[in-house]
Write a protein that binds this ligand. Structure first.
Ligand code: DGL
Length: 264
């Protein structure tokens, strides 16, 4: 049982920011990652479509006998995780924008949340942000077009810099001291964000917290890997595995992995 893989999916390459945290924290676990690039972005789709795509991804991961599923996508989590949990009899880990720690530590009592339209308009996001709006102002910004540029391998482009600046500058002007990255694609923008943001504004994402939660759920369900052999990591793209490979070559240097095309 314990050698079964951890299944992970996202609309594309963004969820690899979570996959890397999991593979680093749990080096003996095997993983299977699905990048649904063919259907990216999810963030502009309606809830029904996001649910359908999420179910399709989960069914494919279950065909690989995964023991737990990590929804490495804020958009899919906030729109579909409730339905996934009632549809499938397997533990799910989701990811939501890290509003809680940002609200807790903010001195200016203003935090920015950069996420997709699908996440920001979801009921789950509204519920979570309601919990923290007592003395905190949450400034939400939809990162329209950011995922498209990342998926097109244009992270370090002028286009990206100016689009990102147009979203972030108004938040800086309004005095935020925390910027929450509410989309798993956005950690790949951290170095550009650091050029735009003044040093007193902190960037926060949920990657490590999700990896720790995965470890906790594996342990509590007695599903942890029992061998101490380095895990195998298979990553599949249903559109262009080269883009997935390119981003990992630069950022996942210590993790052995294999990227392939898969029609799903
Ligand atoms: N990476 C995903 C997220 O965390 C989805 C982005 C998209 O496909 O729009 O929201």
């Amino acid at each position: 049982m314990s050698s079964q893989p951890i299944g992970i999916f996202d609309s594309g390459i963004g969820g690899t920011s979570i996959w890397k945290e999991i593979a680093t924290l749990l080096p003996y676990e095997n993983t299977i990652y699905l990048a649904d690039n063919k259907n990216a972005p999810y963030g502009t789709k309606n809830k029904d479509d996001i649910v359908k795509l999420s179910i399709k991804n989960v069914e494919r991961l279950l065909a690989y006998d995964c023991k737990i599923i990590v929804v490495a996508c804020n958009t899919a989590t906030t729109n579909a995780i409730k339905i996934l949990r009632t549809t499938f009899d397997i533990p799910f880990i989701g990811i939501e924008p890290a509003i809680k720690p940002a609200a807790l530590y903010s001195q200016t009592k203003r935090i920015g949340v950069l996420a997709t339209k699908g996440t920001l308009s979801s009921e789950l996001f509204a519920k979570t942000s309601d919990l923290y709006t007592n003395d905190i102002e949450i400034l939400e910004v939809i990162g329209s077009g950011l995922v498209d540029l990342i998926e097109a391998n244009k992270i370090d482009s002028k286009e990206m810099y100016s689009l990102l600046s147009s979203y972030i500058q108004p938040l800086i002007d309004k005095g935020i001291d925390y910027l929450v990255l509410g989309c798993t694609h956005y950690p790949y923008l951290t170095s550009i964000l650091k050029q735009i943001l003044p040093p007193q504004i902190y960037i926060i994402d949920s990657g490590l917290a999700v990896a720790k939660q995965t470890q906790h759920v594996l342990e509590s369900h007695q599903l942890s890997q029992t061998t101490t052999l380095t895990g195998t990591h298979l990553l599949y793209s249903n559109h262009d595995p080269v883009i997935l490979d390119t981003i990992l070559k630069d950022s996942a240097t210590n993790i052995p992995y294999q990227v392939s095309f898969l029609d799903f």
